[in-house]
Design a protein around this ligand. Structure first.
Ligand code: TYD
Length: 209
């Protein structure tokens, strides 16, 4: 079996994590081996970096350090977990990957786009997802959900950042329509799941079975 690399994207509170769990279950039921990951994180080193990135006490972090920490976490995850899993024919479902860096650090924070793209190429070790889903949701809805249990450092940056993040995701989807597929995340869990499965049917035909 061939490895398949799927990444899930969207503003905070867009329901990615719930959908990642359902997708993983459906693929396992269809007999696939699945490695489910979330960024930043997924290795011991990456989890340590995650802690630095999301700690609300680190409010002095400059945007450049933020970018490089996300990329460092990603490079470690890519080499240590994603590449071996794909080589072994598994499906890798990753909750966020380099499109998050484009959306948040370029779109949200305003870092130079070309620079972020270069950093992404390094942080992902050149790895490109087979398909990327953007769960599209009005940030007014998603953000309320996301901060219901307290805001992490990124969420504390506020709603205006989430609006810019959403716009950046929509630009990406327009730029790379083959890879980046938008799924309307406004609906019940089952409705969104059906849209997700339809959007992945070409790379994961077992979802339609
Ligand atoms: P997390 O709590 O995992 O958010 P979610 O469950 O909504 O995915 O925290 C990840 C946060 O980090 C989220 O606010 C998005 C942000 N982020 C970036 O800003 N750049 C990145 O490259 C990545 C991977 C995440």
């Amino acid at each position: 079996m061939q490895g398949v690399f799927v990444t899930l994207e969207g503003v905070d509170g867009s329901g990615k994590t719930t959908q990642a769990a359902l997708l993983t279950q459906a693929l396992e039921d269809a007999g696939r081996e699945v490695v489910r990951l979330r960024e930043p994180g997924g290795t011991q080193i990456s989890e340590q970096i995650r802690h630095i990135l999301l700690d609300p006490q680190n409010d002095e972090m400059c945007v450049e350090a933020e970018l490089l920490l996300y990329e460092a976490s990603r490079a470690q995850l890519t080499r240590q977990v994603i590449e071996p899993a794909l080589a072994a024919g598994k499906v890798v479902v990753c909750d966020r990957y380099y499109d998050s860096t484009y959306a948040y650090q370029a779109g949200g924070r305003g870092l130079d786009e070309a620079l972020v793209r270069q950093a992404n190429a390094l942080g992902s070790c050149g790895r490109v997802p087979d398909a990327t889903i953007v769960f599209d949701l009005d940030p007014h809805v998603g953000w309320g959900r996301a901060i219901a249990n307290g805001a992490d450092r990124m969420e504390a940056a506020g709603l205006a950042l989430q609006e810019r993040v959403r716009a950046a995701y929509l630009r990406l989807a327009a730029e790379e329509p083959d890879r980046v597929r938008t799924v309307d995340a406004d609906g019940t869990i089952d409705e969104v799941n059906a849209r997700l499965c339809a959007a992945l049917a070409d790379v994961l035909p077992e979802l339609g079975a």
